[in-house]
Design a protein around this ligand. Sequence first.
Ligand code: NAD
Ligand code: IPM
Ligand code: MN
Length: 352
Amino acid sequence: MPEIAVLAGDYIGPEIMTAALKIFEAAQKVTQTTYTIKAYPFGGAAIDQTGSPLPEATLQGAKAADAVLLAAIGGPKWDQATERPEAGLLKLRKALNLFANIRPTKIPANLADASPLKREIAENTDFVIARELTSGIYFGQRYLKSEEAADTMFYSKTEIKRLLVTAFEMAQNRKKHVTVVDKANVLASSKLWRQVAQVVAMDYPEVTLDFEYVDAASMKIITQPTQFDVIATSNLFGDILSDEAASITGSIGTIASESKGVSGPNLYEPIHGSAPDIAGQGIANPISMINSVTMMLINTFQDTKTAGVIQQALDQTIAQGILTPDFGGTATTAVMTAAIINSIEKAAPSYV
Ligand code: NAD
Ligand code: IPM
Ligand code: MN
């Protein structure tokens, strides 16, 4: 039986995880599939229970699973912790060797009005950010002294190449365009990215390649978002640009991501954080978590049937305007979840 390691995490993490798992359960009944769910403490919740954001049992559980489903970790409660929840997340990504993080931004015509951008700019936006996830400034040497501090943006050719190969492979099956986003007018590591990209591109003659500096790219994401297909970029730039990209869909609360390694389980998680400002109010948008489940079902388990049941019910619910406040609605997380489950149950006979 397929096994999923579930890490609910902190603040709105458990709220959206509970919602998505209830929906997943309803869909499994319809498609008569069974997935084993094993929950582990992670992040701040794990610090409270064990003193560590990534307890050994959680790491082993994640390694042994077929996929890892994570909600979100971190928050003010642990900002002064010796080892913060965020450090646990970086350790997990490194331990599972999840070097590529895929973050899609899509604005279908029927959701273009949810965008803060003008419809003519936003509609038909469809690009993915391939973010390098286990190196760069997040993992380079750092120190903090009383009078000075440093963070090093290190990249090896191998690390750049494997991310770029992932990006070109994706582009090959999409709109056949890769944009490498960097700061090659200043940074040495960016210059190496450009060199490696020119070489990798030779293996993909159908895919066009261009380069953008990160400052200009951040402007283009809001002025000409339809120009992009696959953005390949380093860890830090990918982190920043993906929140910006998410915001043009109307809410960061809708975007899922997939983190892939060489072998072993992939990890699926919303790109946003634990949203401490709205936690406990029951209004967190569960769509990012639901999309993480469907992404997992399709990419890890090739279970397009169960994913389709969830997707269709989610689409119907969105079409009925049952949305949380961040997406312009008045529904609570529970109301939206119930509506999706209701839609799954109504559609059930047509699937048997
Ligand atoms: P955040 O992404 O948690 O929140 C930013 C804004 O988006 C907030 O106003 C929040 O209410 C809103 N938002 C996010 N998700 C939402 C949802 N599903 N529904 C409705 N609104 C939503 O970013 P932050 O406030 O800067 O960070 C909070 C904590 O989360 C920090 O500790 C940070 O380190 C952590 N974090 C964790 C992850 C992760 O677990 N992968 C990712 C990003 C940030
Ligand atoms: C994300 C988050 C993390 C990151 C933090 C929590 C370490 O912002 O997943 O986007 O910077 O990678
Ligand atoms: Mn981020």
